[in-house]
Design a protein. Structure first.
Length: 196
């Protein structure tokens, strides 16, 4: 009986020691969770600051291009929002306190300006060679004055940021600012390349 009692006391002592170890582990894990929560909070604040900084730069660059080319008081807005457990960017235009979709009801020329400027911004943010290939870049810009201003914006961005732009276009204003113009002529079943 004495042996049984000693055995039970040892088991109880072992259980108490195990309980202390488990309680210490719980305390350590709670500290780690608290530290992880703090680190996550810091990372979220840093991400938000980065997003706000990026949104301000994108908005400024695109808005400036719109005002130079379209010459109407549109403001481009890039707004980062949380949806479905991830961060998404809402891109839209503001004019006189009203919100407009870039493609809806504002005219294709405005969309051309936004699209081209955003492509340049994306290229600058990416870790790739600075080569941009765009098809029919100013197709929907109607007035010659706006096409000329747009050509100036494109040429300026190319020079300022060292971007090689390869454009497929019939817009004479863009051809006028090009460093090189390559024309493809189809004669019968043959395509001829003419470098000007």
């Amino acid at each position: 009986m004495k042996d049984l009692l000693v055995k039970k006391l040892n088991t109880l002592s072992d259980l108490e020691a195990e309980q202390k170890t488990l309680l210490a582990d719980i305390t350590d894990n709670e500290k780690r969770i608290t530290s992880a929560d703090k680190a996550l909070g810091i990372m979220q604040v840093a991400a938000k600051l980065s997003q706000d900084h990026l949104a301000a730069h994108l908005s400024g660059i695109v808005t400036q291009a719109i005002q130079v080319v379209i010459q109407k008081p549109y403001t481009f807005v890039c707004e980062f929002v949380e949806r479905r457990g991830s961060t998404e960017a809402d891109l839209y235009l503001m004019k006189d306190g009203h919100r407009f979709g870039i493609l809806g009801g504002t005219g294709g020329g405005l969309a051309d300006v936004c699209s081209a400027t955003l492509k340049v911004a994306y290229l600058l943010l990416s870790n790739t060679d600075r080569v941009l290939i765009i098809d029919e870049i100013a197709r929907h810009i109607n007035s010659a004055k706006q096409r000329e201003a747009f050509a100036g914006v494109i040429a300026g961005l190319s020079k300022e940021f060292g971007i090689q732009m390869i454009l497929n276009s019939t817009v004479t204003e863009l051809l006028a600012v090009a460093d090189n113009v390559i024309t493809l002529e189809i004669v019968g079943d043959t395509t001829r390349v003419v470098v000007e």
